[in-house]
Write a protein that binds this ligand. Structure first.
Ligand code: SF4
Ligand code: SF4
Length: 308
């Protein structure tokens, strides 16, 4: 079989990508308000039936070949909703050393063992979450978490996208999730489209975002173990660091992003798609990697000469 990937965007055939993110289906049972996968301009074309998407064996073969070509160690399984393809996941997670499945949590989780991490997306306390993700979704997700068997081995975390409208009520969500079997939470911030200003969920500038970042910092001080964003991660989201970080995006060179488009994969500009405003990006992966690079002595974000 040949590699079913139409290589575009920021891709180099000879590059090493320690991590990759793959959309294994463009079908989803939800229609979240802030979904970046289904934004106009991103590769997300889907046939009417999920059965007519790229066949499992073709997809697995392509991923295996890309793994070997780029020495990919970590795979982030995404969609659409990846749990709609459990058979493919069962085989796919055997291909990579580390696996993370990012899910909306509405389908029961499968125990893939302790080396696998589920990242469940939730966007606030029940009313806010359901206004974004749909009626009844909050309870459905918490129900699925509650019903995990006692010996469920895979790790489970919740990730929340912080927006201009939900940041003030994050503590309510943290308090609820702390009562469950979820191990920890992380916070990512909205990644706006280029020039997007008319969306009530996005901030016009990083200066305007500071208050929301400080809110999450307060939560970090209060729940230091449960919230996994480091304090430096959050600090780097503030001016002047944020611009330095995003102008040399640490995710761009290290994450191979594979979007599903018809019968092949397409690499978009970055893992958030094609139409993104880097200057206002608040993605977890970007600031997490920026923090790790600084700890490893590879970069000094204090220096004004960092960045492009
Ligand atoms: S669950 Fe995920 S993929 Fe589905 S609509 Fe929501 S954000 Fe998009
Ligand atoms: S800064 Fe954000 S939007 Fe820009 S390339 Fe990196 S992940 Fe994508």
């Amino acid at each position: 079989m040949s590699i079913q990937a139409n290589i575009t965007g920021n891709y180099s055939e000879s590059a090493q990508y320690p991590s990759a993110a793959v959309n294994i289906t463009n079908h989803c049972n939800l229609q979240c308000r802030h979904c970046f996968v289904f934004r106009e301009g991103n590769p997300n074309e889907a046939p009417a039936s999920i059965r007519d998407e790229m066949a499992d064996d073709v997809m697995l073969d392509t991923l295996e070949k890309l793994r070997d070509r780029h020495q990919i160690k970590q795979m982030l399984w995404m969609g659409g909703e990846p749990m709609l393809k459990p058979k493919l996941l069962k085989k796919g997670v055997r291909l990579f050393q580390q696996n993370t499945i990012t899910t909306n949590g509405t389908a029961p989780l499968i125990d893939f063992g302790e080396d696998l991490l589920y990242v469940i997306s939730m966007d606030g306390p029940e009313d806010l979450n359901d206004a974004i993700r749909g009626d009844g979704v909050y309870r459905k997700v918490l129900g699925n978490i509650e019903h995990l068997p006692p010996d469920f081995g895979s790790q489970v975390q919740v990730q929340t996208v912080v927006t201009r409208r939900n940041h003030q009520r994050m503590e309510e969500l943290v308090s609820s999730i702390m009562q469950t079997r979820v191990g920890w939470m992380t916070f990512s911030f909205m990644v706006p489209k280029n020039g997007e200003l008319d969306n009530p969920d996005v901030w016009g500038t990083n200066e305007e975002r500071v208050e929301a970042v400080q809110t999450i910092m307060e939560l970090k001080r209060k729940y230091p173990r449960f919230i996994r964003n480091s304090m430096r991660h959050l600090e780097l989201m503030m001016p002047p660091y944020a611009e330095r970080v995003t102008s040399t995006c640490p995710a761009l060179q290290s994450v191979l992003s594979l979007y599903l488009e018809g019968d092949h994969f397409t690499t978009p500009f970055c893992c958030y798609g094609n139409d993104v405003d880097c200057a206002r990006c608040g993605a977890w992966v970007v600031f997490h990697r920026a923090d790790r690079m600084e700890r490893a002595g590879l970069v000094d974000w204090e220096s004004e000469t960092q960045g492009g």
